[in-house]
Design a protein around this ligand. Structure first.
Ligand code: IDP
Ligand code: MG
Length: 158
């Protein structure tokens, strides 16, 4: 069976940046072996926020969500790895930290779904759409191999 690498968009949200959790959250993804191919701190513009969360437009929490994601800097990243879209969301845990499994990022670092410290794309289409909202293609650093890729690029896995 072949194993295909995917890309996903992950963001460390403003509450986590303010609380000084950037490095520990980033480390969870790095420790899993996912390759960071894009990484930057930025202030989300109202336009980016509206595009990112278009699916939630009209919901009761929409305005608060837009205020939250634009309230301070985020650390935006593109991760690459085998099954990284679902895998990153598993590391994050459930949307509501009160329901997330202990050991996941949201369970370990958050209490409320309004301040749940991290974002991750939920499918291939979302990942492509969200990466394009935050990164230009030339901002991605793709011509290198991390240790996971070096170890797993064996003939019999492809
Ligand atoms: P996800 O981030 O786990 O994919 P979504 O349902 O896509 O969850 O919601 C996007 C974000 O909107 C959540 O991460 C959270 O910050 C916020 N959110 C979701 N549901 C609620 C809610 O019921 N009340 C307040 N904020 C919410
Ligand atoms: Mg979502």
């Amino acid at each position: 069976m072949g194993h295909t690498e995917e890309r996903t968009f992950v963001a460390i949200k403003p509450d986590a940046v303010i609380r000084g959790l950037t490095s520990v959250i980033l480390k969870r993804f790095e420790d899993k072996g996912y390759k960071i191919i894009g990484l930057k701190m930025l202030m989300v513009t109202p336009e980016q926020a509206a595009k990112h969360y278009a699916e939630h437009y009209g919901k009761p929490f929409y305005d608060r969500l837009i205020r939250y994601i634009t309230s301070g800097p985020i650390v935006a990243m593109v991760l690459q790895g085998y099954g990284v879209i679902n895998g990153a969301r598993q590391l994050m845990g459930a949307t509501d930290p009160a329901e997330a499994q202990v050991g996941t990022i949201r369970a370990d670092f958050a209490q409320l779904k309004e301040y749940n410290v991290v974002h991750g794309s939920d499918c291939v289409e979302s990942a492509e759409r969200e990466i394009a909202i935050y990164f230009k293609p030339e901002e991605l650093c793709i011509d290198w191999k991390n240790m996971t890729e070096l170890v797993t690029e064996k003939e019999d896995l492809k």
